[in-house]
Write a protein that binds this ligand. Structure first.
Ligand SMILES: *[C@@H]1O[C@H](CO)[C@@H](O)[C@H](O)[C@H]1NC(C)=O
Ligand SMILES: *[C@@H]1O[C@H](CO)[C@@H](O)[C@H](O)[C@H]1NC(C)=O
Ligand SMILES: *[C@@H]1O[C@H](CO)[C@@H](O)[C@H](O)[C@H]1NC(C)=O
Ligand SMILES: *[C@@H]1O[C@H](CO)[C@@H](O)[C@H](O)[C@H]1NC(C)=O
Ligand SMILES: *[C@@H]1O[C@H](CO)[C@@H](O)[C@H](O)[C@H]1NC(C)=O
Ligand SMILES: *[C@@H]1O[C@H](CO)[C@@H](O)[C@H](O)[C@H]1NC(C)=O
Ligand SMILES: *[C@@H]1O[C@H](CO)[C@@H](O)[C@H](O)[C@H]1NC(C)=O
Ligand SMILES: *[C@@H]1O[C@H](CO)[C@@H](O)[C@H](O)[C@H]1NC(C)=O
Ligand SMILES: *[C@@H]1O[C@H](CO)[C@@H](O)[C@H](O)[C@H]1NC(C)=O
Length: 802
């Protein structure tokens, strides 16, 4: 038998074991020990001084803090309490601070609801859980709500606002929003998200005041893959992405144990880890920055829609304290001095478009200031004097930039402003000499002109394009509720693309009744999203055959992920897909003008200027696929049928991410011959590697077709007295004999634009050279078409024979 002593030890051990087992799944023993209960019936009211519950050590407080910008308002928050300026790390009502008054109560009521009520007893905040038996603010800064059995029902660490703390872990799909301004805790203009779809940790700018983000990330870890990802902020100071049992360090600092530290996505879009020392000595020192992510935001962030890091007509620069500063160009001032992100307005009245309207206008020269997306025209070659006159005479020209014979004319709204540091750029800001900044242009008519043009135009542009683009998001959001998101075998969910049911797409296309086109791998139908009140038009591609095999299946999903995350003006947007039983469908935005094939070779062919824009658009889209995407994408089937044209005659490349997508690392053996007769690069028939240069070849053919509005393989075409088999040979022949005019016989506009015609034809010829390495890259092609670099005459121009 056991002695009494042994019995006591045994039961103590048993008790400890039981205690351990009971608490194991909930909070660690250490946490449990430092637990200070906020129990049922406790109430807290917002006052003009902080009212709070403290964590056991007193480092953190949870409760009401007077709003830093207006002490008669109060924020429900968690903050560092021992620091002079109480630094907020989590906030429940940043968007809607409450009036500091005793009639507001935060209560844990006997029915297990933890909520903030207004004087009428209406709940204005609650974490959305029942059964709460006690709450506590832990020494880590985590606010935890627990059930009677100790189960954690809710914790602030799972719902971060703009800050993460040591010991905190972010799950996939968790968003960390920067606050709007230093003292405005509204969700602001930047977001950090651990994406559900691919595990990438990325930062986006946000279409404020919505919480939707623009498609272009300005920072990313690019650690992606299937499976589960986490962001872990180690107590020791490092921040890692945890994936596949490995820690991928993104912030590697080591902070001594007696220091406070935190990591915050700041209002300027930069993610900063900051520390303060030592914990227990009151100090007036402010936080010191240890390490940053995305500190190159001014140059890295470019949004095709939206205004960029700073507001319209302003520009982004790094201030002395390494914080982003938004500034106005000379002769402009902030629309709202307290909210500089709203951008700048000119201090002068708009230029009249009547003859002589330019008489009171001049330029201020600033070096290296650029608004890369505001280009309206580009001229080359042109000297600076001509460049100035050119902008002066154009009442819509706001700024012109000049470098080595290239002149860019820029129009409102001036977006994505920044300094260009790699080259010397002369920036000429146009302003009126009549009205200086001191003389307020209060003349009604002129002022209204400005509003309509500059601000109205800009916000129209901003809101118009945002809304247009967001209509798609909205369409997706409105349907998302009843629909599952992208889910791969590992159960990841993605916010970017919608998964549709077969039934939904059948309904949307009225039973696949209206056919838009047919290709080798499927048929495209027109449809309307019924769930969307605005009736967004879509194009639904129904894949046939192809997708039975498991490997092909994986490709289908991978490609959806790759293409779903690419965004470019000249690429058709993939909105969603359907993967149900054997059905495989892809949903795209609808293009009203159909394919370039119909457009170009139809009865009403587009005019020369339109064709130039189309050719440039396609070239830019391809350059993006080849050189700007994270994974190089080779289209492999560039032809007029695969180029769509929208309402505004913008060309968009489509039909990628289908059977014809090649990755850089893929070898020839894994793909059969792809492409279409007439557009094939010769290397498809040889045993040589397939590179992005196959697209350059196909683009060359297409470019010549666009110039001439004729098909490459137009067997009946009679050229002079001889019958020539292809357009490529015709072009070469014309070039050799100096008779390029013959290519555009009935096109007066093109003939008048002889220099450009020659340039375009030469680019076309250099793209269709036999040897892949001799063809220029798409980036070069874009520059040559734009005229920023000279076109090299193909050296073997005379020895090439097809
Ligand atoms: C906290 O409150 C719960 C329920 O009122 C109680 O069971 C628990 O023992 C308390 N814990 C501490 C550490 O006071
Ligand atoms: C502070 O907030 C109160 C309550 O909303 C408001 O009446 C007051 O005008 C605000 N003060 C300032 C300076 O904004
Ligand atoms: C808030 O609490 C105070 C004091 O405990 C009480 O007088 C008041 O009625 C409460 N208000 C509400 C809306 O419950
Ligand atoms: C809380 O309880 C109410 C009443 O039982 C119930 O209707 C509601 O759905 C519950 N909420 C949550 C988040 O569980
Ligand atoms: C945290 O950092 C310490 C010291 O660098 C290291 O020993 C520990 O493994 C880290 N923990 C995690 C979860 O990364
Ligand atoms: C996970 O790591 C193992 C070994 O470190 C590696 O073999 C495997 O390919 C990785 N899996 C993924 C999906 O990256
Ligand atoms: C505290 O805040 C005030 C006003 O925002 C600021 O001027 C001061 O520098 C801050 N002090 C510290 C120690 O951060
Ligand atoms: C610029 O070009 C114009 C017209 O071609 C010419 O008249 C002028 O002299 C040139 N100016 C300079 C500075 O080269
Ligand atoms: C412009 O010209 C200068 C010198 O003439 C040269 O160094 C520079 O590379 C040129 N820049 C561009 C963009 O062509």
């Amino acid at each position: 038998m056991w002695s009494p002593w042994q019995q006591i030890m045994a039961s103590l051990f048993f008790f400890l074991l039981l205690f351990f087992l009971l608490t194991q799944n909930h909070l660690s023993l250490a946490d449990q020990a430092s637990y200070k209960n906020i129990s049922i019936g406790t109430t807290l009211t917002p006052l003009t001084k902080p009212t709070s519950w403290l964590s056991p050590s007193g480092d953190f407080a949870f409760g009401f803090l007077p709003h830093p910008a207006n002490t008669s308002l109060s924020l429900l928050a968690v903050w560092f309490d021992k620091i002079d300026n109480k630094t907020i790390v989590w906030c429940a009502n940043g968007d809607a601070p409450v009036v500091a008054a005793e009639s507001y109560n935060l209560t844990l009521s006997p029915d297990g609801r933890f909520s903030l009520k207004d004087p009428s007893g209406q709940e204005i905040w609650n974490p959305g859980v029942n059964k709460t038996s006690h709450a506590a603010i832990l020494d880590t800064g985590n606010l935890v709500l627990s059930a009677a059995d100790g189960e954690v029902l809710w914790q602030s660490f799972d719902h971060p606002t703009d800050t993460i703390l040591p010991g905190q872990t972010l799950k996939q799909e968790t968003q960390v929003f920067a606050r709007l301004m230093d003292t405005d805790y509204t969700r602001g203009r930047f977001v950090l998200v651990l994406q559900g779809v691919d595990g990438n940790l990325v930062m986006y700018s946000v279409a404020f005041p919505t919480t939707m983000h623009y498609p272009e990330a300005y920072w990313a870890t690019d650690i992606t893959g299937p499976g589960v990802f986490q962001v872990v902020y180690n107590q020791s100071g490092s921040i890692d992405v945890y994936y596949n049992n490995t820690f991928h360090t993104i912030i590697s600092t080591v902070v001594p144990g007696d220091h406070y530290h935190r990591a915050t996505l700041d209002p300027d879009g930069i993610f900063r880890q900051q520390y303060k020392f030592p914990k227990n000595e009151p100090t007036t020192d402010s936080w010191l920055v240890k390490q940053t992510l995305a500190s190159d935001i001014c140059t890295k962030l470019v949004t095709g829609i939206g205004s960029g890091v700073c507001g319209i007509n302003s520009y982004c620069t790094m201030g002395q304290d390494e914080r982003v500063e938004c500034l106005c160009p000379p002769h402009y001032s902030f629309i709202d001095n307290d909210r500089k992100y709203r951008g700048c307005k000119p201090n002068f009245a708009a230029q009249s478009c009547e003859p002589g309207g330019e008489s009171s206008f001049d330029f201020q020269v600033v070096d290296n200031l650029d608004w890369p997306l505001a280009d309206a025209e580009h001229y080359y070659p042109m000297n600076e004097t001509e460049c100035r006159i050119n902008c002066l005479k154009d009442c819509f020209c706001a700024v012109t930039t000049y470098i080595n014979g290239s002149c860019w004319k820029k129009k409102y709204p001036l977006s994505n402003g920044r300094f260009k540091t790699d080259v010397y750029l002369r920036t000429l800001i146009k302003y009126s000499t009549v009205l200086s900044s001191s003389a307020q242009p209060e003349e009604e008519g002129k002022l209204r002109d400005w509003r309509i043009w500059a601000i109205g135009g800009a916000s129209l542009f901003l809101f118009g394009s945002v809304i247009l683009n967001l209509a798609q998001f909205a369409a997706r959001l409105s349907t998302r509720r009843k629909r599952t998101l992208v889910r791969t075998s590992s159960g990841m969910a993605g916010p970017a693309l919608c998964s549709f049911t077969y039934k939904e797409l059948e309904d949307a296309t009225k039973g696949f009744s209206e056919e838009l086109g047919r290709g080798a791998f499927g048929t495209v139908y027109k449809g309307t999203l019924a769930s969307d009140p605005a009736g967004v038009l879509i194009a639904v591609k129904k894949l046939e055959r192809m997708y039975e095999l498991e490997a092909a299946e994986k490709d289908f999903m991978n490609e959806i992920h790759t293409i779903g995350l690419t965004h470019h003006k000249n690429l058709v947007r993939l909105l969603g897909f359907c993967k149900e039983a054997t059905h495989r469908l892809l949903v795209y935005e609808f293009m009203s003008n159909g394919s370039l094939n119909k457009f170009l070779f139809g009865s009403d062919s587009p005019d020369w200027d339109q064709r130039i824009e189309i050719a440039l658009g396609i070239a830019r889209g391809l350059a993006y696929l080849h050189e700007e995407c994270r994974t190089q994408i080779i289209h492999c089937d560039i032809k007029p049928q695969n180029i769509l044209v929208d309402d505004n005659l913008v060309a968009k490349i489509s039909d990628f991410g289908m059977a014809k997508l090649l990755r850089l690392e893929q070898t020839r053996t894994s793909t059969g011959i792809r492409g279409t007769i007439g557009y094939f690069a010769p290397e498809w028939f040889k045993n040589s590697a397939i590179t992005a240069k196959v697209d350059v070849y196909s683009f060359g053919v297409l470019l010549l077709e666009i110039i001439c509005c004729r098909k490459n393989l137009d067997w009946d075409y009679d050229f002079g007295s001889e019958v020539k088999p292809t357009l490529i040979e015709c072009t070469k022949e014309c070039y050799r004999t100096g008779r390029l005019n013959l290519l555009v016989e009935e096109d007066e506009e093109a003939k008048k634009d002889g220099m450009r015609l020659e340039r375009f034809a030469m680019v076309g010829i250099s793209c269709v050279q036999e040897e892949p390495w001799m063809r220029p890259s798409m980036k070069k092609v874009v520059q040559m078409l734009e005229g920023t670099i000279d076109v090299a005459v193909p050296p073997n121009m005379y020895s090439l024979h097809m």
